[in-house]
Design a protein around this ligand. Structure first.
Ligand code: ZN
Length: 455
């Protein structure tokens, strides 16, 4: 049976239930904190079973206050399309932000616009140049604070926390509800050294840890298991530092008496690869090391803290879900709320989880190379439109996605691709698809991006 019809019906039912007040048993939030940590792969956190205790404060918060999603996937393997999907509820080709020079189309409705129209104060405090207001990500925010843009060589986490809390403290009318997006950057390369936090692997090879990602990528073929362990020790150390920063921000909310009344959504825009599929960093692929992300949703006075949800969910449905949980479920914002999954023991039918990536790498003058992913239960289909290839993985048997089953199971490939096409067609009919807008950067902006390590 096709799942499209099922998820349509389920979404309507979910909407009807929320509108009818079935979600009202849980205390509605007075504030919403969307806390995104850049480049944080799911399996690198101890709350997800990682062998190193990288995230004690996040773990405690998740277990004591949150619902932990084990199967969340970002809509893309890199920042711009992934965050655009979170902020618009649209699949990457619908919002159109698929390449570096694209900007968020002003015709789109953004999550902060919905909150703002409902009388909420809105702000973002963000650290990533790719999410700069130059690229339209400020659309709808009352305050868009980007005084603490990180470079690949510096940390701005403390400044981000201070700015976020300063915004909360400075609001003119504290009786108004608020929506705040905080975007941290620590785990993103380069992997900085943090004394006492970086994991010492006893490495005595040629790497110093000061190499840029460009250099590491250039020498990929020379990197052996010891080098990868060394780099992973640095990355994991950055996560420990990030964990402290997340803890500090939550403590800041607690100290202001706000944490108990706030809906906290903790997640990441994408993961990171350490040669599992032949490359470093986050390139244009849709393997789980790049799209499987942490997701913890902590409602005010959560009734089942620490509960785990195995059902896969897509972050492009996160905005719709957050609105439902904030009591704005009747808005017309796109996506399918997975809010009902938070409160019930059994998962309801949800749409398939999709992701997309486009790149003009190696083909700067030509059409972008495009790949799509569809996750249905534990089967994952990836199609490469440029190469004309299809890959199929059974994540229950092969979580590392090493055994491509496409040739062995062509029937499933066909069915899943039909499902993917149906989903994309339906989304397009419902939300339209925009031609991407390109940004002409000024010389100053180009220079700034160079300084930050882009280009
Ligand atoms: Zn990112």
């Amino acid at each position: 049976m096709g799942r499209v019809g099922v998820f349509q019906a389920a979404a309507c039912l979910a909407l009807a239930l929320v509108s009818a007040g079935c979600g009202s048993k849980q205390t509605p939030p007075k504030g919403v904190l969307l806390l995104v940590v850049d480049t944080l792969r799911q399996d690198s956190l101890s709350v997800y079973g990682y062998e190193r205790e990288t995230s004690p404060r996040i773990d405690r918060f998740a277990r004591e206050r949150g619902v932990i999603f084990d199967g969340a996937r970002s809509a893309a393997p890199w920042t711009k399309p992934s965050m655009a999907s979170m902020l618009t509820g649209l699949e990457p080709r619908q919002h159109g932000v698929t390449l570096h020079h694209h900007r968020l189309h002003s015709a789109l409705e953004t999550l902060p616009e919905v909150f703002g129209a409902a009388g909420w104060d809105t702000a973002a405090v963000q650290s990533n140049m790719l999410l700069s207001s130059v690229f339209g990500y400020d659309q709808g925010f009352g305050v868009y604070q980007e005084d603490h843009l990180a470079t690949h060589r510096t940390s701005t986490g403390e400044g981000i926390n201070q700015a976020a809390l300063a915004w909360l403290d400075g609001r003119a009318d504290t009786t108004r509800p608020w929506f705040l997006w905080v975007h941290h950057y620590e785990p993103h390369f380069d992997y900085l050294h943090w004394p006492g936090l970086t994991y010492d692997t006893g490495y005595d090879g040629p790497l110093t840890g000061e190499e840029t990602m460009e250099t590491l990528v250039a020498y990929t073929s020379h990197l052996g298991p010891k080098e990868i362990a060394f780099l992973r020790g640095r990355y994991d150390g950055e996560i420990r530092r990030q964990d402290q920063l997340v803890g500090d921000l939550l403590d800041g909310l607690q100290a202001r008496g706000q944490l108990d009344d706030t809906l906290v959504v903790f997640t990441s825009d994408h993961g990171e690869e350490f040669l599992e599929h032949g490359e470093l960093s986050h390139r244009h692929k849709l393997f789980d090391v790049l799209v499987h992300v942490p997701l913890v949703i902590a409602r005010p006075r959560e009734k089942q803290p620490g509960r785990r949800v195995a059902t896969p969910v897509g972050l492009l449905d996160l905005g719709r879900t957050v609105l439902d949980l904030a009591g704005l479920g009747t808005s017309t914002f796109p996506g399918h709320s997975f809010a009902p999954v938070l409160g019930s023991k059994r998962a309801k039918d949800l749409p398939p989880v999709v992701a997309h990536t486009s790149t003009i790498e190696g083909n700067p003058e030509g059409a972008p190379r495009q790949m799509d992913m569809l996750l249905d239960g534990h089967f994952k289909l990836v199609r490469d439109l440029d190469q004309g290839t299809r890959s199929l993985f059974d994540l229950s048997q092969d979580p590392g996605e090493k055994a491509d089953l496409a040739a062995r199971d062509p029937k499933r490939v066909l069915e899943m691709e039909r499902e993917l096409v149906r989903y994309l067609d339906l989304s397009r009919r419902r939300g339209g698809a925009l031609e991407p807008e390109a940004v002409q950067l000024s010389q100053e902006q180009i220079q700034r991006m160079r300084e930050l390590g882009y280009f």
